[in-house]
Design a protein around this ligand. Structure first.
Ligand code: BDP
Length: 697
């Protein structure tokens, strides 16, 4: 068990009664029609049933008189066409599927039906999951369709195969041997993504190398697109705004220059010659040193629209990132909103603004980005981070399900209560023309794909929630554990609750009570809350916590930056009053004295310290839980996770001690009674920032 099979292990069903049921109800599979996707469907159902049932069953083209599983679209399968499913099929669109039953000539058959072959593939994965989860197939009536159209992974992969913020080895794309050599891993990648409904992939880093759009690389990207296509996955590229100069030989990239506009048109036409169903571009512009329209005094809309117009005749979309912040702003929190709200309505309608879940940057906890709900006339999509840049890389166990759920279910109140971020991005509230969601990928060449065995759960939950944002993190954890490890309740129950607490543990030992960005600059692994001298103030830690001898926190009320005004009144009301607001967001919005009294009766100082200590205790509890399940799963993955938890415990202690000692040096208050004293001095932890080496993998 090296983890390479992910959640698609298809082990023989261990529940005897269920196995019996499956064997008796599934005697034959009938698939009519031919296409590349249908071959994949055939292969998958065969592989799945052979593994799960422990024997292979015939796959035929004609229905015989046994209880069968019929897989087809009305266009290719006469049986499906005559099964009376027209109404239901109408409701599920291009990617949805039905898993249902039908009695024909006295025999009850199970049917997977869809309007397209891709829909069938999704249906097959769903059907197999029913067996993987040991659920009955006696009565089946599943109807499923994605709520969001573009469900993408963003790879921050460079052409030299390093991965920015990637912690699972090298990039999966072997650029130097493409297009001639097609690694089998490309198929495995596509299959894994299809199994959770991901339908697009941006191959290269948002900090984009313009060479990605040269003929040489387009041939390579096209080979990948050919492999991914039958799995329903489109290829997208990150575009560099200076490409007209860097690879086009022009002396400007001004979006209003006709030559530049012509260059983009021709470039896009060329891309579509290589990749006829190319998805479109992702662009990071005027952000962290990347070029953009502001370099020519143009707005983001003026810049975006030129690329969008070039893509439009081909049906391509442009994802334009809202992650912008300049050095001279008073509050980085405000910037995305201040920049983009005035441009609402000015973007072409094939542009989608891609907004990170929070206003700063993928921190362990952020309030939702105020742009959600503030752009009625601009398609807006959500960007989540799957890779654990701020969560201990692939060394720490941090299940992202609760974070994604929190982000999606945050209430913007833009059209009254219940106006969640999920409803903004699925187009429910503003009737967006294009809807989308992106996850910054955590995959790499590690045998188990994600480094930490539990990193797979983050890839999985991202895909599942992208398909259906009403899913709970807990339900997804449950199914992932059963498919990835075992059904044994002595394993599933405790480990599930460990997963559910793991994100909160990570918040507590790093940034409790709404602190944020206390990381050492650059690698973002260890703590450096004392960082004060950098080329930009908004890259220092003191910028975010604003602690001094009197108190701590960032005042974003009217007396401070007033970023709170960017939210609807109901949200503002929720965060405005430090006495009544949810404490986990407290220091995001308020600068408070160390003696401020919290709900627990403790002072802010005491509560802060307690939460840091709780974070460490939670990791120790995770270790205990894990140790208690030894023997219930394979030793290989058990040992791996056990060792990683030990690293996590040490890191949590390091975070706790460094932060508590540093804040103590400002508050001048004692560590509350009953809590052990940090093992070393503040100076020791400060030194570690520079002496400890962090390999990414
Ligand atoms: C930050 C990362 C940086 C990315 C940037 C982005 O530290 O590597 O380039 O986000 O999203 O979180 O563009």
């Amino acid at each position: 068990e090296d983890g390479s099979r992910l959640w698609l292990r298809y082990e023989q069903v261990s529940d005897e009664e269920m196995l019996e049921q499956y064997r008796s109800l599934l005697q034959e599979v009938v698939i009519q029609g031919e296409s590349e996707t249908l071959s994949i469907v055939r292969h998958e159902i065969q592989k799945g049933l052979t593994g799960l049932l422990g024997h292979s069953i015939p796959i035929d083209k004609v229905l015989s008189q046994t209880q069968s599983l019929i897989i087809g679209t009305p266009a290719t399968s006469k049986v499906v066409a005559s099964a009376g499913l027209d109404e239901s099929l109408k409701a599920i669109g291009d990617e949805g599927f039905l898993v249902t039953m039908k009695k024909m000539e006295g025999v009850t058959h199970r049917i997977i039906a869809a309007n397209t072959d891709i829909g069938l593939l999704y249906g097959v994965f769903r059907f197999l999951k029913q067996l993987q989860l040991h659920k009955s197939i006696r009565d089946l009536s599943i109807e499923s369709a994605p709520r969001i159209k573009h469900r993408l992974l963003n790879h921050w992969d460079n052409l030299d195969r390093s991965v920015e913020r990637g912690y699972a080895g090298l990039s999966l794309w072997e650029w130097s041997t493409l297009p001639e050599y097609k690694s089998p891993r490309y198929v495995d990648y596509a299959r894994a993504n299809a199994s959770i409904g991901i339908n697009g992939t941006v191959l290269n880093n948002v900090n984009s190398d313009p060479r990605m759009m040269t003929e040489q690389y387009l041939e390579k990207a096209s080979a990948l697109a050919d492999i991914f296509r039958p799995y329903g996955i489109k290829v997208y590229l990150s575009a560099n705004f200076y490409a007209p100069m860097r690879i086009g030989g022009l002396d400007t990239a001004d979006p209003l220059d006709p030559e530049v506009q012509q260059w983009w048109k021709e470039k896009v036409d060329q891309i579509y010659e290589h990749i006829p169903d190319f998805g479109g571009f992702l662009v990071k512009a005027n952000s962290e040193g990347q070029p953009g329209p502001a370099d020519y005094g143009r707005t983001h809309a003026e810049g975006a629209n030129v690329l969008a117009e070039a893509l439009q005749p081909h049906g391509g979309i442009l994802m334009w990132r809202a992650f912008v912040y300049s050095a001279d702003q008073e509050d980085r929190f405000r910037e995305g909103y201040d920049e983009f709200v005035p441009l609402d309505g000015e973007f072409a309608d094939n542009v989608i603004l891609q907004v990170k879940n929070g206003p700063i940057d993928f921190q362990p906890r952020e309030p939702f980005h105020p742009l959600f709900g503030a752009l009625p006339k601009t398609n807006t999509m959500l960007e989540l981070q799957v890779t654990q840049e701020y969560f201990g890389f692939s060394n720490h166990l941090a299940y992202m399900g609760p974070l994604y759920e929190e982000a999606l279910q945050s209430d913007t109140y833009v059209q009254g209560e219940g106006s969640t971020v999920a409803k903004v991005i699925d187009g429910d509230l503003f009737d967006y023309k294009h809807t989308g969601i992106a996850g910054v990928a955590n995959t790499g060449t590690d045998r188990n794909w994600t480094g930490h065995p539990f990193g797979q759960a983050n890839w999985y939950v991202y895909g599942r929630m992208a398909w259906d944002h009403s899913l709970t993190a807990e339900k997804v954890a449950d199914e992932w554990l059963r498919m990835t490890f075992t059904h044994d309740p002595d394993f599933v129950e405790p480990v599930k609750s460990m997963m559910m607490k793991s994100r909160e543990a990570g918040v507590k030992y790093r940034n409790p009570l709404g602190l944020t960005h206390l990381y050492a600059q650059g690698h973002h692994y260890g703590p450096a809350p004392w960082t004060a001298e950098l080329s930009r103030p908004d890259w220092t830690a003191v910028y975010y916590h604003r602690a001094d001898s009197a108190g701590i926190g960032f005042d974003r009320t009217e007396s401070g930056s007033n970023a709170l005004e960017q939210y609807q009144p109901s949200v503002r009301a929720r965060f405005e009053n430090p006495e009544t607001m949810p404490e986990e967001y407290l220091l995001w919005f308020h600068h408070l004295p160390w003696d401020f009294k919290l709900n627990s009766g403790k002072t802010l100082w005491e509560e802060l310290v307690h939460r840091y200590y709780e974070g460490v205790t939670m990791v120790e509890e995770m270790q205990k839980t894990w140790n208690s399940v030894e023997g219930l799963i394979d030793q290989e993955r058990f040992d791996h996770v056990q060792a990683l938890l030990e690293i996590q415990k040490k890191d949590a202690l390091w975070w706790r001690n460094a932060c508590v000692l540093y804040f103590q040096s400002l508050s001048g208050k004692p560590i509350p009674a009953g809590l052990e004293k940090p093992a070393h001095s503040l100076e020791y932890y400060k030194k570690l920032e520079h002496t400890k080496h962090y390999a990414r993998f």
